[in-house]
Design a protein around this ligand. Structure first.
Ligand SMILES: NC(=O)c1ccc[n+]([C@@H]2O[C@H](COP(=O)([O-])OP(=O)(O)OC[C@H]3O[C@@H](n4cnc5c(N)ncnc54)[C@H](O)[C@@H]3O)[C@@H](O)[C@H]2O)c1
Length: 253
């Protein structure tokens, strides 16, 4: 069956920021299709609630409470996954935050800039570094970085967020660089670039975002599931170093 190429049944997946929003939808996509999930998030309440819901749907789920800026915790979590499950097939670096508020560059505060870069860029580096050693040793793996359409174009015309734009642009090019490092090692690394989705935390006021999106609506978290399955499964085996944009038409302008 053609759908077999999208199978993730029995595959092990590590996802950061998986307690809520797009990360939760990605975990659902993999869990509903038989993957073994390890969910890493800093929000214990949301993490356990998500794990409970996924287990209720029959998924095998392990939770790890931690922050993606904590290199030791990430490395340990992924080592624990490999020790328990035997291998790491899929790694999704989804945890991310936005600038505290829209602002022009000369108004950006040091702490805000540093925190966004730390979570959105350093967090991706730390997660990938921890995952890729295992993937090289086993000779296969799928890494999905979660960037943004604002990693491919600047958001200022609509939503000025300089730290976010810088971090997501860096994730896109880090994805390309990593893809070339591991292209001949059985590992595919691609970036998902969502447009504006409605999640629990954002956008707080969706009116401008809806008007900005050619489809006249925001993305629904479940609409990230198909692309997640594609990039996590053998359906994408000859694809690496690419960006997959899901944005309701914004970047087509
Ligand atoms: N929602 C959108 O419109 C949109 C658009 C483009 C890109 N993205 C990207 O998608 C990803 C998910 O976004 P979302 O809207 O679902 O966010 P969200 O705020 O709804 O959920 C983020 C999850 O990540 C966790 N998290 C945040 N910082 C963390 C950290 N330092 N360590 C561990 N966990 C952490 C949170 O606890 C939460 O569970 C982010 O990388 C974001 O930049 C989102």
């Amino acid at each position: 069956m053609i759908t077999d190429i999208f199978s993730v049944k029995g595959k092990t997946a590590f996802l950061t920021g998986a307690a809520a929003g797009l990360g939760r939808a990605m975990a659902e996509a993999l869990g509903e299709n038989g993957a073994i999930l390890w969910l890493y998030d800093r929000d214990s309440g949301a993490l356990e609630a998500t794990a409970k819901a996924l287990r209720g749907q029959g998924a095998k789920v392990t939770t790890v409470l931690g922050d993606v800026t904590d290199a030791a915790a990430l490395t340990q979590a992924i080592a624990d996954l490999v020790a328990a499950e035997g291998r790491l097939d899929i790694c999704i670096t989804n945890a991310g935050i936005s600038d505290a508020s829209p602002s022009l560059l000369h108004d950006v505060q040091d702490a805000d800039w540093t925190r966004v870069i730390d979570v959105n860029l350093n967090g991706v580096f730390l997660t990938c570094r921890a995952a890729l050693g295992h993937m090289v040793a086993q000779g296969h793996g799928k890494v999905i970085t979660v960037a943004s359409m604002w990693g491919l174009a600047a958001p200022a015309g609509a939503f000025p967020r300089p730290a976010y734009a810088a971090s997501k642009g860096a994730v896109v090019n880090l994805t390309r660089e990593m893809a070339l490092h591991y292209a001949d090692k059985g590992i595919q690394i691609n970036a998902l670039c969502p447009g504006i989705f409605q999640t629990e935390t954002r956008p707080r006021d969706p009116t401008a975002a809806i008007a900005y999106t050619p489809m006249g609506r925001l993305g629904r978290p479940r609409e990230i599931k198909g692309a997640t399955l594609f990039l996590a499964s053998s359906a994408s085996d000859f694809m690496t170093g690419q960006t997959l944009v899901i944005d309701g038409g914004v970047l087509a302008r």
